[in-house]
Structures are given as C-alpha cells and as structure tokens.
Design a protein around this ligand. Structure first.
Ligand SMILES: *Cc1c(COP(=O)(O)O)cnc(C)c1O
Length: 396
C-alpha cells in the first residue's frame, strides 16, 4: 500500500550546497546570508523593507508590537485561521475581536468589518455585540482599536480594497498575515504590499521553507528599524553587544536557514508553478464529484498561491469517517482550519461557544485538506482522488 505524505519541502542540490557552504564558514548567525535573503525577498514581493525572523509567529508578534497596541487594546482579526494570528495579539495583552468570514473564500468579511467599526464608534451597547462574553467591559470602545489583522487564508488574498478603506477611514494600521500566501496577487498586486507590514512564514509545509523561519516586510523605514532591534534583544544599530535600548527578543534567523531561504526564494516562481499544476490535477479530477466542492477562487484573486488544497465535503457525509478510511488507504488528511474561538484556551479565557461565528464553524466542519506539495506526481494525485471518490460513493 502506498503512503502519501501530507506535505513535503522541495529541496534540491542547490539548497544543500548553499547550506553546506555556510557550514564551512565560522559565521553561523548574524552574517551575510540573512541580509542577502532579505534583499532578494524584498525584490520579489515589492515591499520596500524586510526583516527575517525565526518564525512566522515571531514576525506577527513584532508586527503587533509595532502597531503600538497595549494592554486591553483591541485588534480585529479572523477566527478562521491558524491559531498564531490571534495568539500574537494576546502576547501584548490585547484582545482579539473576531469578525466572521466570507463563505466562498474563508477570508475575513469586509462588510462585517465595516459593521463592527460602525458599532464600536456608535455606542458602548452596540460595541458589546462584538466583544467576547467574558470581557464585556463598557470601557472598550473605538479608541481602543489599534490594528486590523486580516489573514490571506489557504494562499488566497483577503478582499483588501474594502479593508484598506476601513483602515484609512478609522486610521487603523493593517498587518497582513500573509504566512500562507507568498506570491499571491489581489487585483494584480502582490500580497504583502497592502498593509503597513505583512508577515510570511517558512515552516516546511509552506510554499518555501527555511526549516523554521519567517519574514516581515514593511513600507515604513522606522518600522523595519524597530523590527531589527526587537529581533536582536532590543539592541539598536549603534548599540554595543551588551546595550539594550528596549525590551527585545531573540527572533533572529540563523545563517544556515537564511542560505536555505535565499536558495528557495531564488526559485520561488518554479515552486509556485509546480504547486499550481498539482492543484489543477486535483481540480480536474474532483470538480465533477457531487459529494464535494473544490476550492473557490474570488474574481479579485488574480493569482492564487497554492498553500494547501482544501475541499469541502457534503455535510451529509461523515467527515471523520472519510478521514479514517482515507488513512487506511495511506492517504492523510486534516480538518483545516479548526476555528480559533473554539480552541480550549480561547473558550476558557473569553467565554466563546459554538454558534458565535457560524460561517467559520460551518467551514471548520466541512473543510478537508488533502495531501499537497510541489513534488506530488500526477500519479499520486490520481490515487488520492480515486480513493476519495470511492469512499464518498460508498459511505452513504
Ligand atoms: C504558518 C502560519 C503562521 C506562522 O507559522 P510559524 O509556524 O510560526 O512559522 C501564521 N499564520 C498562519 C495563517 C499560518 O498558516
């Protein structure tokens, strides 16, 4: 029986040699590779400045700090995401305001953002509808809102135009969680160039990898200077090794990872094209199956950056049973995403319960990520699809 991997990095001799070369030098951190990786990244994404960090989560944390958010402030974000995009708000003791998503894409719904902002501005009573039950406190009003943190879910851009309008109308900075969307385009413009800052991630299942790693890009010179300091224990450029101008972190990306990242970003187009080809193999085989739905692409998405391949299973079919049967045939799958507000920690801390964000919960209950990577062969995709279609037909 075949065992298909859920995801896989795409590593060639080019990457191996790049890392090997660094291994032959004495400089394994704070050296030339990190700057070279940042320059190359900037020229690909088209944002003015970049700062490499040791994970996507670290990058998002620094982006949240740069927004100036403080204890008890508010940030609007999506509950249909990987948990890190909400956790980074909690790291600064601020409170996420979840806004439900659009059913077609799973991205945050800009109409609901507008409604939320309107209510926060209107009155304390109106605002309370958007605040978590356990934190109902009338002192939370519009002037506490410091950040919009949209997520480009599954490699598809969020609907940025109305989000940007909302941000400028209320003068609230936007931090894009682009961790799943390197290379994706919204109306022919690359994600990462819309907000004041954006973050990409390089865990091994992402479009490119550095092992662990991330990159913050920004249009603000003073923000990137802050990021350089924060990732390096709060040292300023002219500080000596033991002078720390502010509270900082060790969020540095080492030279080995940076060399790997430089090699990967140098062939990112090839990596994205290979992923797109795999997605089309899936689409062609699954689009006629009446029990499931292939990913929906919004008209504003002029380029999808395929991160995962997520189908929706007919709600009359027992998804857990499908996953179980797939597993028996050597095909792993994941119920992706699991809504953030229903994670145990978020329920305990904020009092969230099922029913709070119905679209997110619906998508959470019917979505299924299938094995996906740039190195999948057409034969592997064929096997996964045939197995899945058989299971769906026989399970009823
Ligand atoms: C991968 C990812 C992150 C960051 O992940 P790290 O593992 O910390 O690099 C953040 N947000 C989303 C939506 C992600 O998919």
């Amino acid at each position: 029986m075949k065992q298909i991997p859920m995801s896989s990095p795409d590593i060639t001799q080019v990457e191996i040699s790049a890392v090997d070369q660094v291994m032959h030098t004495p400089i394994l951190s704070i050296g030339p590779q990190v700057g070279a990786f940042e320059s190359r990244f900037v020229s690909y994404v088209g944002a003015p400045y970049a700062c490499a960090v040791n994970s996507g989560t670290s990058g998002l944390h620094l982006g949240v700090i740069a927004s100036g958010i403080k204890d008890g402030d508010l940030a609007i974000t999506s509950p249909f995401s990987f948990v890190a995009s909400a956790n980074v708000i909690l790291y600064e003791r601020a409170i996420p305001i979840f806004v439900d998503v659009e059913e077609s894409t799973g991205n945050i719904d800009p109409a609901l953002i507008q409604e939320c902002l309107h209510d926060l501005a209107r009155s304390r009573t109106a605002a309370s509808r958007w605040l978590p039950a356990a934190i109902l406190d009338p002192k939370f009003v519009l002037d506490k809102l410091k950040l919009l943190l949209p997520v480009h879910a599954f490699g598809q851009p969020a609907d940025m135009d109305p989000i940007l309008r909302a941000g400028s109308e209320y003068q609230i900075p936007i931090l894009e969680d682009a961790c799943e969307a390197l290379g994706a385009e919204y109306k022919n413009q690359k994600v990462g160039t819309f907000g004041k800052a954006a973050v990409f991630a390089f865990y091994p299942n992402k479009q490119m990898t550095t092992g662990e790693g991330g990159m913050i890009v920004t249009s603000e010179k003073n923000w990137v200077e802050l990021f350089f300091s924060l990732r390096n224990q709060g040292r300023d450029v002219f500080d000596s090794w033991l002078k720390h101008s502010r509270l900082g972190y060790n969020y540095r990306l080492d030279e080995l990872s940076s060399a790997l990242g430089l090699a990967q970003i140098s062939r990112i187009e090839q990596l994205l094209e290979k992923r797109e080809r795999v997605a089309h193999w899936y689409n062609n085989r699954l689009q006629t199956c009446e029990h499931l739905r292939i990913p929906q692409i919004a008209p504003t998405t002029t380029r999808m950056s395929w991160f995962v391949y997520v189908i929706r299973i007919d709600s009359s079919i027992d998804r857990t049973a499908v996953m179980q049967k797939l597993e028996e045939k050597g095909v792993p799958s994941r119920p992706y995403f699991s809504p953030i507000h229903l994670q145990p920690f978020f329920r305990d801390r904020f009092g969230y319960k099922p029913g709070d964000f119905p679209i997110t919960e619906k998508l959470g209950s019917i979505s299924l990520a299938l094995p996906f990577s740039s190195i999948m062969t057409e034969e592997m995709v064929e096997y996964v699809c045939r197995t899945l279609i058989d299971i769906c037909h026989n399970i009823q």
